[in-house]
Design a protein around this ligand. Sequence first.
Ligand SMILES: [Zn+2]
Length: 438
Amino acid sequence: MGREIVIGLHFYQPPREAVHPLLSKISTDPEGKNWTEIIDHQCYEPLAAEGVLEKVTFDIYQSLLIQLEKISPETAAIYKKSMMENGVGESFIHPILPDLSKVDKEIIISAGVNRFKEITGQNPKIFWPPETAIDTETLEVLSENGYEGFVCAPEQIIQQDGGNSDNRPTMIGLPNGKRIVAYPFDRTISSLLAFDPKQNADVFTQNYLRPKRDSIASNQVIIAWTDAETFGHHYKNGDKFLDYFLDSSLPSIGLYPTSINKLNFTDKTFSCGKIRERSAWSCPHGNLIRWSGSCDCGWGEDTSWKQPFSQSMDFLNAEVSKIIQKELGQRYWEFTANKFYENYAHPETVNNPQKALISAKISSLIAKTSCATFFSSPEVSGKINLLYAYQSLLYLKDAGLETVSNDLGKNFFEKLSKIIYPNSEETALTTLQDMLEA
Ligand SMILES: [Zn+2]
């Protein structure tokens, strides 16, 4: 008898350029390449054209989808159509959620839900957190936004019976009285899908999937999830490997790909457990230190720049919140959540101070994008954060708050001047200045 399997793909790119008209000519890539466009040709387009999206489950971050809508509207349309059955929700942009205030969590989680609904006509059921980083507050906000579950790594879940969490959907009780289901992916299969050479899908299936299928309980569904860019970008022809794997190799051993949205569990199938607070799939050191401090996930490099970098962006984002709250009142977060797509996709703010204020807040949130401090050097990805931080200050000026923007800018630049980049003469401030002068 056949069994179900969920193959999940995480589609993500950070914004490559700022959107403010005064900044839109600046490239953050050292060679001036548009990587999203390159990866689109290698991966996003072929996966869509081969029909892979109909067989997998996927999350696609809006920060990527908005770029795809410009690069290849036909491809973007296939993604949007497939989201209806096979899409899971996301937070529009990609910061470490537990490092944000509750209000900021509300803004981007509901912005993601709003856009998902506009595209598909329905609320997303399951959520893919950036870097699968979670804390209880994030799960509460998810549950209040109608989410029934989220995907994470098995080591982020502590089972009541002490057992391994691979593939075991786990009911998590929350302080707000609601419940949410954790869907831990299979660590072994997910890693192999990411890193094993993509040569022969039948051999891959025989070597890894067959023993996995035989080793787990018959009512368990294998859930594997990995970066979509693996297929076609990291591995040439990986898209064809995946297509054949889904169509032929898996069914040949009785595993049938299905959408995570279609899994039908009864309450009895769930085990109960709790989460490891402030954990993620890609830093085992605890407390999400990879993104805001120093740990050897940076491959032994000097990561002392991370803490002041992360704190500077927190400072700017918190100050922008105070300013916008003063101007628009307590409900500023709702305006921001509701206008997130509109302002992001259509950034012009001529003669519209309220739109400029909301764009300032969106920009200071994007300045918290996690890619900068994921890597051990801030030189490439960090530029995006610096540019969006600067864009936030520009939008405050567009809102008529010239002095406020100048005062905040002075404090912020002072902080940037103290962030010394590793193995370099540069600081965060000189890096920003070089970009603006180029
Ligand atoms: Zn680490």
